[in-house]
Design a binder for this molecule. Structure first.
Ligand code: HEC
Ligand code: HEC
Ligand code: HEC
Ligand code: HEC
Ligand code: HEC
Ligand code: HEC
Ligand code: HEC
Ligand code: HEC
Ligand code: HEC
Ligand code: HEC
Length: 434
C-alpha cells in the first residue's frame, strides 16, 4: 500500500497550488502596499460624500493600534467638519460613526436610523432638570406626540384681527369691484419678488426693513429652497392697504401713514395747519346743534383761530381712526392720562414648529387648504396648522411613502454652535498613491 508515495499529476498540482496561492495573495497585498492602495482592507465602499477619501483611509483611521490602524475616531471626523453637540444637557455623546455609518452602502450618511435617536428618546434623560419634552418616542408612525402648537389649549398669540372665512368668500368687495382672494395674495415665501395684488402701489411704501435681507440669487438653488421654506409674515403695506385705506378726513384723498399714533398725530397736525393756511375762510365753523332729527335746527357758528381749528380737526380725525379704522384690525388700549392709545404688538408667529423643520417648497403639490383649515376660520385665535395625522398620511413606514425616519424632520446638531474648520489636507495627498 505505497501507491500514495508514487508521484501523481494530481498530487503535484496540489503541492504547487498550496504553495503558489498564498504566495500570490501575499504578492498581491505587497503590490497594493507598495502602490499605497489600502482599499483592499476596506469593509465596503465609503459613502459618496467621502468618495475622494476612498484611497485615503488614514484620513479617518489615523490612530494606530500597533501595526494596524484603529477604529475611525471622532477626532478624525472633526478635522474636516464640525458636528456640534445636540444639547448641553444630554447624558452622553454618541460616537459620530454610531449614527453616520460608513462602509454600509448608504447613499446619504446623514440619513441616520431611528435607533440613533431612540437610544435616548425612547426614555429621555438629562443631566439637569427634567425635560419639558415628551420622554418616550419610538417612531413617527406610533407614539410620536402631537405637535405642541396644535395640542388642545394652544392659541394663536397674534393680535391682528383677521377673519379668513370673510376674506376668502366669493365676490369680496375689492378696490375696483368684486374679487376672489387667493392665499398667495397674503402669504408668500420671503423670496417672492412678484408684485402684490393688493399691496401698496409704489414700492417705496414698503418699509426698507421688510425688503432688507440678501435676496438669494436664482442660481443658488439650495439657498432658494431654504429661503422658500416658510411663509413671510403678512403686513399691512403688502396685503391690506388697497382695500383698507386709512383716510382721515373728507378734505383729503390720502391716508395717514401706517405708523404709531404719535407719528400719525404729528402728520395730522402738519396736514391741517397747512390746509388752514391755504384755506383761511374755513375758520368759520358751523356746528349743527343736537336735537330732535325731525325739526330743522339752527346751526351755531363759531370763528376759531387757525390753531384752534387745526387742533379740533386733528381730534376729529383721531376719533375716527382710533374709534373705528385702526380698531378694525388692532387691539388698542388707552391708559389713564395718555392722550393717544397704544397699539398692541402684532405678534404674528413666523415659526410655529421651532423644534422641527418644514418646507413649503417640498409640498407644493398639495393644496394649501389640505393642511390649513383657513376657509372656515373666523378668529385670529384659531390655530390653522395641520396636526400629526395630516403628515402621517404621506410620511409613514413602507416603500410607498415619504420618509418617516427622525432625520427627515429634525436637526440633530445645533448648527448655531458650529465651529469653522481650517482644512489641513493638500490636494496631492488626496490623490491615489500618496
Ligand atoms: C470617511 C471616513 C472613513 C474612510 C475614508 C475610511 N473609513 Fe473605514 N471606517 C470608518 C468608520 C466610521 C468605520 C466604523 C467604525 C469603526 O469600526 O471604526 C469604519 C470601519 C472600517 C473597518 C471595520 C469593518 C467595518 O466595515 O466596520 C475596516 C476594515 C475599514 N473601515 C477599512 C477602511 C479602509 C481600508 C479604508 C480605505 C480604503 C477606509 N476604511 C476608509 C470611516 C472611514
Ligand atoms: C478628510 C476630510 C474628511 C474626513 C476625515 C471626514 N469627512 Fe465627512 N465629509 C467630507 C467632505 C469633503 C464631505 C462632503 C462635503 C460636505 O458635505 O461637507 C463630507 C460629508 C459628510 C457628511 C454629509 C454627507 C452625507 O452623505 O450625508 C457627513 C454626515 C459626514 N461627512 C460625516 C463624517 C464622519 C462621521 C466622519 C468621521 C468618521 C467624517 N465625515 C470624516 C470630508 C471628510
Ligand atoms: C445621534 C446621531 C448623530 C451623531 C452621534 C452624530 N451625528 Fe452628525 N448628523 C446626524 C443627523 C440626524 C444629521 C442630519 C440633520 C442635521 O443636520 O443635524 C447629521 C448631520 C451631520 C452633518 C451634515 C450633513 C449635511 O447634510 O451636510 C455632518 C457634517 C455631521 N453630521 C458630522 C458629524 C460629526 C463630525 C459627528 C461626531 C462629532 C456627528 N455628526 C455625530 C446625526 C448624528
Ligand atoms: C445622547 C442622547 C440623545 C440622542 C442620541 C438624541 N437626543 Fe434629542 N434630545 C436629547 C436631550 C437631552 C434633549 C433636550 C431635552 C431638554 O433640554 O429638555 C433632546 C431634545 C431633542 C428635541 C427637542 C428639542 C430640539 O432640539 O428641538 C428633538 C426634536 C430631538 N431631541 C430630536 C432628536 C433626533 C432627531 C435625534 C437623532 C438624530 C436625537 N434627538 C438624538 C438627547 C438625545
Ligand atoms: C414627518 C416629520 C417628523 C418625523 C419623521 C419625526 N418628527 Fe418629531 N416632531 C415633528 C414636528 C412637526 C414636531 C413639533 C415641533 C414643535 O412643536 O416645535 C415634532 C416634535 C418632536 C419632539 C418634541 C416633542 C415635544 O415634547 O414637544 C421630539 C423630542 C421629537 N419630535 C422627536 C422625534 C424622534 C425621536 C423621531 C424619530 C423616531 C421623530 N421626532 C420623527 C415632526 C417629525
Ligand atoms: C387677506 C389676507 C389673507 C388671506 C387671503 C389669507 N390669509 Fe392667512 N393670514 C392672514 C393674516 C393677517 C394672518 C395673521 C393673523 C392670524 O393669525 O390669523 C394669517 C395667518 C395664517 C396662518 C397662521 C396662523 C394660524 O393661526 O395658524 C395660516 C396657516 C394661514 N394664514 C393660512 C392661510 C391660507 C391657507 C389661506 C388661503 C386659503 C390664507 N391664509 C389666506 C391673512 C390672510
Ligand atoms: C386692515 C388692517 C389694518 C388696519 C386698518 C391698521 N393696521 Fe396697523 N397693522 C396691520 C398689520 C397686518 C400689522 C402687522 C404687520 C405690519 O407691520 O404691517 C400692523 C402693524 C401695526 C403696528 C406695529 C405693531 C407692532 O407689532 O409693533 C402699528 C403701530 C400699527 N399697525 C398702527 C396702526 C394704526 C395707528 C392704525 C390706524 C391708523 C392701523 N395700524 C390700522 C393691519 C392694520
Ligand atoms: C380685496 C380686498 C381686501 C383685502 C386685500 C383685505 N381685506 Fe379685510 N375686508 C375686506 C372687505 C370687503 C371687508 C368687509 C367684509 C364683510 O363684512 O363682508 C373686510 C373686513 C375686514 C375685517 C372685519 C372682518 C369681520 O369679521 O367682519 C378685518 C378685521 C379685516 N378685513 C382685516 C384685514 C387685514 C388685516 C387685511 C390684510 C392682511 C385685509 N383685511 C385685507 C376686503 C379686504
Ligand atoms: C403639507 C402640509 C402643508 C401645506 C400643503 C401647506 N402648508 Fe403652510 N404650513 C404647514 C406647516 C407644518 C406649517 C408650520 C411651519 C412652521 O412654522 O414651523 C405651516 C405654516 C404656514 C404659515 C405660517 C407661517 C410659517 O411659514 O410658519 C402660513 C401663512 C402658511 N403655512 C400658509 C400656507 C399656504 C399659503 C399654503 C399653500 C401655498 C400652504 N401653507 C401649504 C403645512 C402646510
Ligand atoms: C401629500 C403627502 C405629504 C404630506 C401630507 C406631508 N408631506 Fe412632507 N413630504 C412629502 C414628500 C413627497 C416629501 C419629499 C419631497 C422631496 O424630497 O423633494 C416630503 C418632505 C418633507 C420634509 C423634508 C423637507 C426637505 O427640506 O427635504 C419634511 C421636513 C416634511 N416633509 C415634513 C412634513 C410635515 C411636518 C407634514 C405634516 C404637517 C408633512 N410633511 C406632510 C409628502 C408629504
Amino acid at each position: 500500500m505505497n501507491y500514495f508515495k508514487r508521484p501523481h499529476a494530481f498530487r503535484r498540482w496540489r503541492f504547487w497550488l498550496s504553495l503558489s496561492v498564498p504566495l500570490l495573495a501575499v504578492l498581491w497585498l505587497v503590490w497594493h502596499g507598495v502602490t499605497g492602495n489600502q482599499r483592499v482592507y476596506s469593509g465596503g465602499q465609503v459613502s459618496p460624500a467621502h468618495a475622494v477619501l476612498a484611497t485615503k483611509c488614514d484620513a479617518c483611521h489615523f490612530e494606530m493600534a500597533g501595526f494596524f490602524s484603529a477604529k475611525a475616531s471622532d477626532r478624525a471626523c472633526l478635522a474636516c467638519h464640525d458636528g456640534p453637540i445636540h444639547h448641553a444637557n444630554q447624558t452622553f455623546t454618541p460616537k459620530c460613526s454610531s449614527c453616520h455609518e460608513e462602509h454600509r452602502g448608504h447613499a446619504r450618511l446623514a440619513a441616520t436610523s431611528d435607533a440613533a435617536c431612540t437610544q435616548c428618546h425612547a426614555d429621555l434623560r438629562t443631566t439637569g432638570d427634567a425635560t419639558k419634552f415628551v420622554r418616550d418616542i419610538e417612531n413617527f408612525g406610533s407614539g410620536h406626540p402631537e405637535f405642541a402648537a396644535v395640542r388642545p389649549g394652544s392659541i394663536d398669540p397674534g393680535t391682528i384681527k383677521l377673519n379668513h372665512a370673510v376674506h376668502m368668500k366669493r365676490n369680496l368687495a375689492g378696490p375696483n369691484g368684486p374679487v376672489q382672494l387667493d392665499c398667495d395674495d397674503c402669504h408668500r415665501p420671503p423670496t417672492s419678488t412678484d408684485a402684490w395684488r393688493f399691496g401698496a402701489a409704489p414700492a417705496a411704501a414698503i418699509p426698507a426693513s421688510e425688503k432688507s435681507g440678501p435676496t438669494p440669487q436664482k442660481s443658488d438653488r439650495a439657498a432658494m429652497v431654504l429661503a422658500r421654506a416658510y411663509m413671510a409674515p403678512t403686513t399691512y403695506a403688502k396685503n391690506c392697504i388697497a382695500c383698507h385705506g386709512l383716510q382721515f378726513d373728507k378734505r383729503f384723498k390720502e391716508s395717514v401713514p401706517h405708523d404709531t399714533p404719535e407719528v400719525i398725530h404729528a402728520f395730522l397736525t402738519q396736514k391741517f395747519q397747512q390746509y388752514i393756511a391755504a384755506h383761511p375762510a374755513e375758520v368759520r365753523v358751523t356746528t349743527p346743534v343736537p336735537g330732535l332729527p325731525q325739526k330743522p335746527q339752527p346751526a351755531a357758528v363759531r370763528v376759531l383761530t387757525p390753531q384752534q381749528w387745526a387742533t379740533e380737526r386733528v381730534a376729529d380725525s383721531e376719533q375716527l381712526l382710533y374709534g373705528k379704522t385702526c380698531k378694525q384690525c388692532h387691539a388698542l388700549s388707552l391708559s389713564a392720562g395718555a392722550a393717544l392709545p397704544a397699539v398692541a404688538k402684532s405678534n404674528i408667529t413666523p415659526r410655529w414648529l421651532p423644534h422641527a423643520n418644514f418646507n413649503h417648497d417640498r409640498h407644493q403639490m398639495v393644496k394649501c387648504t389640505e393642511c390649513h383649515a383657513a376657509l372656515t376660520s373666523h378668529e385670529t385665535a384659531d390655530i390653522l396648522l395641520p396636526g400629526i395625522a395630516t403628515c402621517e398620511k404621506c410620511h409613514h413606514a413602507g416603500n410607498d411613502a415619504a420618509e418617516s425616519r427622525c432625520f427627515e424632520c429634525h436637526t440633530y446638531h445645533d448648527w448655531t454652535k458650529a465651529k469653522e474648520v481650517k482644512g489641513k489636507l493638500t490636494l496631492s495627498s488626496l490623490l491615489p498613491g500618496n
